[in-house]
Design a protein around this ligand. Sequence first.
Ligand code: UDP
Ligand code: MG
Length: 316
Amino acid sequence: MADQPLISIVVPCYNEQANLRPFYDAMQRVIKPLPYAFEFVFVDDGSADKTKKVLASLARKDEAVRPVELVRNFGKEIAVTAGLHQARGDAAIILDADLQHPPELIPEFLDKWQRLSEVVVGVRLPTKHHTSWLKRLASKWFYRIMGAISDVAIVPNATDYRLLDRLVIDEFNRFTERNRMTRGLIDWLGFRHAYVYFEPAKRLNGAPAYSYRKLLRLAIQSFISLSLFPLKLAGYLGLIITIVSLPLGIFIYIEKYIMSDPMRLHITGTATLGVVLLFLVGIILVCLGLMALYVANIYGEVVNRPLYVVRRERRF
Ligand code: UDP
Ligand code: MG
């Protein structure tokens, strides 16, 4: 037993009380015949339900279960990061607690790992039932835009269901940014990738914790943290406007004031001014908004807060 490779199963959990036992049982069925040792790093991401209790009772029965409790909800990306920091395995497999990432694929992940892939990525096949049409549409466009503007290649429908070799985990643990998209960072690292395809199941119990608002925030975050395009966009807009508005202004000036309106355009001064002002104010606001996003991002990184806080036992 001793010299078997150790595999860390990293699971972010936010209000998953009803799913944890079925998840754990399904995992046991899958890993029992495999020639590896396993540990379970369950990260309780500040759940408000009985997740903590269920994890504690699993840990009492099985010493391979290591719960990590965050003091509040930090979001899935950070929860996964905390789990990877805690993982001791020669490889780690990250998957959701709600059984949407089928544990039956784990032998396939490990097989690809044995064949020297350093990152194995679960790729979702298209299905109809797993999410609403709005989420699917949004996700399609997210990958389109991301693919077009990002500096790293992003595979559409690649999920967070992933195996990482120890080499990758150690490199991943060097990232310090607070606003992060785990997938994007892993892809940024490079390494030898392999893919496993699967059809996601329906969420077992409870509602997905990722609301539209959170997803939108994650998407915007990914755009600005993995690409400088929006920042450049402000510049391009400014450039185009200067190039267009300068000759237009000169044209109006010459046509109306120097040549006394030979083309009979009857442009009033106030109207011209109004339109130009409105237009420019709009542009300035757009640019300011973009700048604010970046400044907020820089601020978040610069204050250098800890990524997360783990709850320890009180002494008194
Ligand atoms: N999750 C988390 N913190 C959060 C939100 C979600 O740790 O703030 C976990 C959740 O428990 C689950 C995984 O992330 O294991 C995926 O969440 P969910 O099923 O809600 O998202 P979806 O399936 O829609 O991507
Ligand atoms: Mg889910």
